[in-house]
Design a protein around this ligand. Structure first.
Ligand SMILES: Nc1ncnc2c1ncn2[C@@H]1O[C@H](COP(=O)(O)OP(=O)(O)OP(=O)(O)O)[C@@H](O)[C@H]1O
Ligand SMILES: [Mg+2]
Length: 436
């Protein structure tokens, strides 16, 4: 089958004419004079590939993502090596401006074959909640660039349901403990509803480092130096870590597009041993609410972080409201990101809400009502330690180094607590926490 192609650029005559004369593997179905026209034509499902012969400097990761969402791969023609590198960084295949028509046709076929027909190429075939083009990957001439570029750092996403169960507290202190262990750490505040990492660490909120990094990533300009400039360094007694602060104004969530965030996380993985991401609570995929599949997704940043995470920490409040919420939330998480195997953390454990021997009570109740996996860690309620840390804008290892809460979070990071599930036959007496 001949590949339908749309071209863009007023000075494309030679290219288009050459492709048409081939009568071969590609068919030019539409010639556009500008990118906006190309976008509209691609959305109507006309083509599998777009050749951008002019105006490729206007291509951003968001545009590439949108075209990927409708199954269109892009080949951009440029003679400028720096521009070619930028395009490669945002997922565009490139070819030199004076490429022969036959070579261009095979470049198109190769690009479509490798990445096109987005359904078959998805990295997360059953997920893709963050957006439709989650599988669209970088393509360029020569060797696979992503093979060299993929970072070796681990991504840990800290998630939890609504109700402030302690996601940010856990994420911030995990980052601090990892840094104290000698790891290089980047903490990313990707909570598009209520970013609070900067408040918890007493940082100025004048610029959202993550939004800045996403903007540069969208333009293909996020190199290691730019990432360093967008991040704020936090110094603690244990060691330093870097923070990409979040957007504290809720209406700025559109700046955290999933496509750009993927590039930021990839760049962060290259720059750090561990990337800790504080996510939002909501996992709803907006496309279920709207027919406009091109619209940015409110929860795209959270969903994408969870999709890309090597490890997901699911935090719930250990009380009669928090635990059932977490149980339901874990089911939603499994539906939204099937590849995630979360470690469950119950936070704010206290006698007043779980009775005597709260940990045992919680564990027994969880075994009876909770989903397949057990609880990995119990973090005690410690209002004094948390308040002191908040007041001084510091982490627990500084403000309450000997507190059981700090030690429990350190244990979570440095030596994972393995909770063996106990037999279901045990009594679940008196708890009443997990009524569904
Ligand atoms: N183990 C704990 N003991 C006592 N207080 C805690 C504990 N963990 C968290 N808190 C407090 O609970 C409040 C909410 O914590 P945090 O901001 O980490 O929650 P969150 O899940 O990130 O909430 P949000 O939905 O606002 O993002 C904070 O005041 C924090 O100090
Ligand atoms: Mg938070």
């Amino acid at each position: 089958m001949s590949i339908p192609v749309i071209t863009v650029g007023p000075a494309q005559e030679a290219v288009v004419g050459g492709l048409e004369r081939l009568h071969g593997p590609v068919t030019v179905v539409r010639r556009c004079s500008e990118l906006a026209e190309l976008m509209a034509a691609c959305q109507s499902g006309l083509a599998l590939a777009a050749v951008v012969a002019e105006g490729c400097e206007e291509l951003t990761a968001t545009l590439v993502d949108r075209l990927g969402a409708v199954g269109v791969s892009i080949v951009a023609l440029t003679g400028d090596p720096a521009e070619a590198a930028r395009l490669t960084a945002i997922g565009v295949a490139t070819a030199s401006a004076d490429i022969e028509p036959a070579a261009l046709a095979s470049r198109i076929s190769e690009t479509v074959g490798r990445y096109g027909g987005i359904v078959g190429s998805r990295k997360f075939p059953d997920a893709g909640f963050a957006d439709f083009s989650s599988g669209f990957q970088v393509a360029s001439e020569g060797p696979e660039p992503e093979a060299a570029a993929v970072g070796s750092g681990r991504v840990i996403a800290v998630w939890g349901p609504t109700g402030a169960p302690g996601r940010t507290l856990v994420a911030v202190n995990m980052a601090a403990e990892l840094a104290a262990e000698g790891k290089s750490v980047i903490l990313v505040d990707a909570d598009s509803y209520g970013a609070s990492v900067s408040a918890m660490l007493g940082l100025l909120e004048e610029s959202a480092g993550l939004a800045q990094a996403c903007r540069l990533a969208d333009q293909g300009l996020l190199d290691a130096d730019a990432l360093g400039r967008a991040a704020t360094t936090v110094f603690t007694k244990g060691g330093l870590f870097r923070v990409l602060t979040g957007t504290t104004r809720a209406d700025r969530w559109t700046e955290l597009r999933a496509s750009a965030l993927s590039l930021v996380l990839e760049r962060a993985k290259q720059a750090a041993d561990v990337v800790v991401v504080d996510t939002g609570f909501c996992l709803e995929a907006d496309e279920e609410l709207s027919f406009d599949t091109m619209a940015p997704r409110r929860n795209g940043a959270t969903l994408r972080s969870l999709e890309l995470a090597d490890e997901v920490i699911a935090v719930g409040a250990a009380d009669a409201i928090g635990v059932p919420r977490l149980v339901r939330g874990l089911a939603d998480l499994e539906a939204a990101v099937p590849q995630a195997t979360p470690r469950v953390v119950l936070n704010k454990v206290k006698r007043a809400s779980a009775g005597r021997s709260p940990r045992r009570q919680l564990s027994e109740a969880w075994e009876r009502f909770g989903p397949g996996h057990g609880v990995d860690a119990y973090l005690p309620a410690d209002v004094d330690a948390c308040d002191a840390a908040l007041l001084s804008g510091s982490v627990l290892l500084e403000s309450a180094p000997d507190s059981p809460l700090r030690l429990a979070i350190a244990g979570l990071v440095c030596a994972p607590i393995q909770q063996k599930r106990k037999s279901l036959g045990r009594s679940t007496r008196a708890l009443g926490l997990l009524k569904r």
